[in-house]
Design a protein. Sequence first.
Length: 94
Amino acid sequence: MIETLIDPNVSVIIAELENGEKDSIYLTKKLRLSLDEIKARLSYVIEHGFVMMNQNDDKTLFRADMDKLNKIMESDENFTDVVDGLTELDQYLN
């Protein structure tokens, strides 16, 4: 999940949702992505309940579960693999 959350494409969308629910019209204009692209990028976090998507008639609303996101982001052990991977990559490049 951490790898998905720190993916630049996903993190930009989630950053937009930090301050509350956003509709698809706002997100598509702000991020310059189609609704299908937004749905595709968020599919994993939607599937696991970190982001909720509600569709009403012609409007699609997205909302982040900030409590759930904060819990996973605050856990130090979640970053161990990421830090180890970055360290290994740095050693390889240098």
